[in-house]
Design a binder for this molecule. Structure first.
Ligand SMILES: [Zn+2]
Length: 299
């Protein structure tokens, strides 16, 4: 995948927002090369908000974008699906403030994009190659990115729950690994935290259909899609949050008990300091490594 891509035809879905409980219609439309992902609030005269780190707003249980007071909430699963299927450019119209939760994973988004088709564009895709490590720590939370030739993500979590505990999962984003290993992993929540969260205005749209729900010792809506579905969902979220960089990175991302706030802190750090990365295309890199091996032979 050396060129930018967009969706071939419009794709539509309907659902409710996980936190707002608000009903929403969502439409994904093709966009020209160089556009990136741009959300439009059709209920607010099509007000546009770019999926960019500079528009990141309040981040707690989900990632929200805000521009001039207009909010778009819970962007991470759709943005993750775009990275997973290789969509660089799209217009995303929605008629409410939060993206639909669907089944709690990225799989329904992936399927609707694949059904609409993917179109290769003329513009060469530029990648952001990490050239220096970045490590961020906050208490026992950690996130880092290291130089690497491909985009890979690994995550560790540790929840004091008999069905979760310590889990680690890593994936290199190539050859469809996202589609089979990451996209189906659903979000999860604990029944004993639900009431307190509702009182904070959260998870008003949550149900047994759009999240794995656990009580203190079991899953209320089995079966799990993977034994380690929980940590895989964290990988899904992280990929979606890092999409706010606006370009795919060539680097190895490592996270331990991080969350949306740490994910977006990494995005800000990367965007703020250009000494951590350089822009590159895959052709240039192929040429460079050819040059490197020629140099080795000469030496
Ligand atoms: Zn999520």
């Amino acid at each position: 995948m050396t060129h930018e891509q967009t969706i071939r035809d419009a794709a539509i879905c309907t659902g409710v927002g996980l936190h707002s409980g608000a009903p929403v219609n969502l439409r994904i439309l093709p966009a020209s090369a160089g556009t990136g992902i741009v959300f439009h609030r059709t209920d607010l005269e099509g007000f546009p908000i770019e999926a960019s780190g500079r528009n990141v707003a309040r981040v707690s249980y989900a990632t929200s974008l805000m521009k001039r007071g207009v909010l778009i909430s819970t962007t991470e699963h759709l943005l993750s699906a775009f990275v997973g299927v290789g969509i660089d450019n799209a217009i995303v119209e929605l008629d409410n403030l939060e993206l639909p939760m669907l089944d709690g994973s990225a799989r329904p988004f992936v399927e609707m994009i694949q059904k609409a088709g993917i179109r290769k564009q003329r513009k060469q895709r530029t990648y952001l190659r990490i050239v220096r490590k970045i490590e961020l720590r906050e208490g026992d939370k950690f996130i880092a990115v290291y130089p690497a030739d491909a985009y890979s993500v690994s995550y560790s979590i540790n929840f004091p729950h008999p069905l979760i505990g310590k889990q680690s999962f890593g994936v290199r984003l190539e050859n469809g690994s996202y589609l089979s290993e990451v996209a189906p992993a659903r979000t999860f929540g604990f029944l004993h935290e639900a009431e307190a969260m509702r009182q904070q205005g959260l998870i008003r749209g949550a149900s047994l259909e759009n999240a794995i729900v656990l009580n203190r010792d079991e899953v209320l809506n089995p079966p799990l899609r993977f034994p380690d579905e929980f940590v895989r969902h964290k990988v899904l979220d992280l990929i979606g949050d890092l999409a706010l960089i606006g370009k795919q990175i060539l680097g190895s991302v490592v996270a331990d008990r991080a969350g949306h706030a740490m994910h977006t802190a990494l995005v800000s750090r990367i965007l703020r300091d250009r000494t951590y990365w350089e822009e590159t295309t895959l052709e240039e890199r192929t040429a460079e490594s050819a040059f490197a091996s020629a140099a080795t032979v000469t030496a």
